[in-house]
Design a protein around this ligand. Structure first.
Ligand code: TYD
Length: 215
């Protein structure tokens, strides 16, 4: 529906099950004739993918993590997201800035004001001569209790630095997402991810249809 660029992000604690639904949504948009850019953070460019590997596996403090996430984001925005939106594509991004507020802010307890400052510096872009703060037009938040997410992840693969965190960390991450949604309620669709894959998928599609972005 339409040809305007659309920027949609997907969020949630590790194990909440974003990936399956992002793929399904990409297929649905393509079936309707839209060009889809499927990407992720940290990552999405050669430089940002190098930063991702360091970010996920090296031990560092909250500020260093935040700076790496935003450095990767800056490159990703300039190289991939803005050009795709300019071409009128649908950009589906597996995590974006809400993850930094939730994980580094909520999870690690890092200063939210510094994150807000970095967000402004990194995400201010110029569109047709005017400066604007680039944010997703819609953020789908897969909300799942940490204990259930942990059960889903258990034995699935070798956990990275974040996946190895205790439930208490993920409770703070979830609170970080809730706070972001509280600040921008019109941007968020919260989906109860403690349902069958089919039910969650129906809710994801309904959120897109409610926006008029998917037939
Ligand atoms: P994730 O998106 O879950 O990818 P995969 O499915 O391959 O594991 O992994 C990214 C991890 O990075 C996840 O634990 C969340 C974390 N993260 C942050 O801590 N801050 C950020 O700004 C972003 C984008 C991700």
């Amino acid at each position: 529906m339409g040809t305007a660029g659309r920027f949609i992000s997907f969020e949630g604690i590790d194990g909440a099950g974003k990936s399956t639904h992002i793929e399904a949504l990409a297929a649905a948009f393509r079936a309707q004739g839209r060009v889809v850019t499927l990407t992720r953070e940290p990552g999405g460019t050669p430089l940002a993918e190098k930063l991702r590997a360091i970010f996920l596996h090296d031990v560092m403090d909250g500020l260093t993590e935040a700076l790496l996430a935003f450095a990767a984001r800056r490159d990703h925005l300039r190289q991939v997201i803005e050009p795709a939106l300019d071409r009128g594509e649908v950009v589906l991004c597996d995590r974006f800035t809400d993850a930094t507020f939730a994980y580094q802010g909520g999870g690690r307890g890092f200063d939210l004001q510094v994150l807000s400052y970095l967000e402004k510096q990194v995400q201010t872009v110029t569109v047709q001569g005017a400066a604007l703060l680039r944010e997703p037009g819609l953020t789908i938040w897969f909300d799942l209790p940490p204990e259930i997410a942990a059960q889903r992840l258990a034995g699935a693969r070798v956990p990275d630095k974040f996946e190895a965190q205790p439930a208490e960390f993920f409770r703070r991450v979830a609170a970080g997402y809730a706070q972001r949604m509280h600040e921008s309620p019109q941007r968020f669709a919260r989906i109860d991810a403690n349902q069958s894959v089919e039910q969650v998928r129906d809710h994801v599609f309904a959120a897109l249809q409610a926006k008029g972005w998917l037939a």
